[in-house]
Design a protein around this ligand. Structure first.
Ligand SMILES: [Zn+2]
Length: 182
C-alpha cells in the first residue's frame, strides 16, 4: 500500500539527507486498521525531476504490517504515484510556465499528464464531490484546473489529500491506495 506524507524536505534535501530513514509510520495500519507497530521493511528507489529539471534519485521508505503482512510505503508529497514528474511541475505546466526548466525539458510528457488529468476528471469529481471544500466544477474543460487550484495551497497538498482521504490519485485510481479493511 502507498501513503503520501507532507514532506518538510525539498526533493534535493530529501535525497541528500536520506530522509527515508527518518520517516515515522502511522501507529494504526492503514491497510487493516489495526493499531500496531509497523516494521521497517527496506526501501525502493525511484526518480523525480526537480524544479530545475535535474533527475533526483529518491529512496522510498517501506514498512510491513505484522498483522496483515501488507507492505506500506511512504511517498513524499512532492512526488506523484508512478510518475517521473511531480505535482509542482504539472501545476507549472497547467499555469503556462513553459520556460521553467522542468516544464521545458518534459513538455511532451506533461501534455500526456494533462490528458490523463482531464480524462480521469469525471471519475475524480464523482468520487470527491464537494469533499475538497468546494462545489465540484460543472464543466471539466473550463473548471477542473481552477477547482484544483482553489482546493489547496498548491497541487501537492491536494494530490496528497486525494490519496489520504479519498483513496484516489490525481491521475488515476490505483490498487495501492486502497485499504483492505479489518
Ligand atoms: Zn495491517
Amino acid at each position: 500500500m502507498q501513503r503520501i506524507f507532507r514532506s518538510p524536505w525539498s526533493p534535493e534535501a530529501y535525497a541528500a539527507q536520506e530522509a527515508h530513514r527518518q520517516i515515522v509510520p502511522e501507529s494504526v495500519c492503514p491497510s487493516c486498521a489495526a493499531p500496531t507497530k509497523l516494521w521497517r521493511h527496506g526501501r525502493y528507489e525511484r526518480w523525480l525531476v526537480s524544479v530545475m529539471g535535474a533527475l533526483v534519485r529518491l529512496c522510498i521508505a517501506r514498512f510491513l504490517c505484522p498483522l496483515c503482512r501488507r507492505t506500506i510505503s511512504y511517498l513524499p508529497d512532492f512526488a506523484l504515484s508512478y510518475r517521473l514528474l511531480g505535482p509542482d511541475t504539472l501545476a507549472a505546466f497547467m499555469d503556462g510556465q513553459h520556460e521553467r526548466p522542468d516544464v521545458r525539458s518534459h513538455h511532451d510528457l506533461l501534455q500526456g499528464y494533462a490528458r490523463q488529468l482531464f480524462g480521469f476528471a469525471r471519475e475524480l469529481i464523482r468520487t470527491v464531490g464537494a469533499g475538497l471544500g468546494l462545489a465540484p466544477p460543472l464543466c471539466v474543460e473550463k473548471g477542473l484546473w481552477p477547482w484544483l487550484k482553489l482546493a489547496g495551497d498548491g497541487l501537492a497538498p491536494v494530490a496528497r489529500r486525494l490519496v489520504m482521504t479519498f483513496s484516489i490519485g490525481l491521475l488515476g485510481r490505483y490498487q495501492c491506495h486502497q485499504p483492505r479493511g479489518p
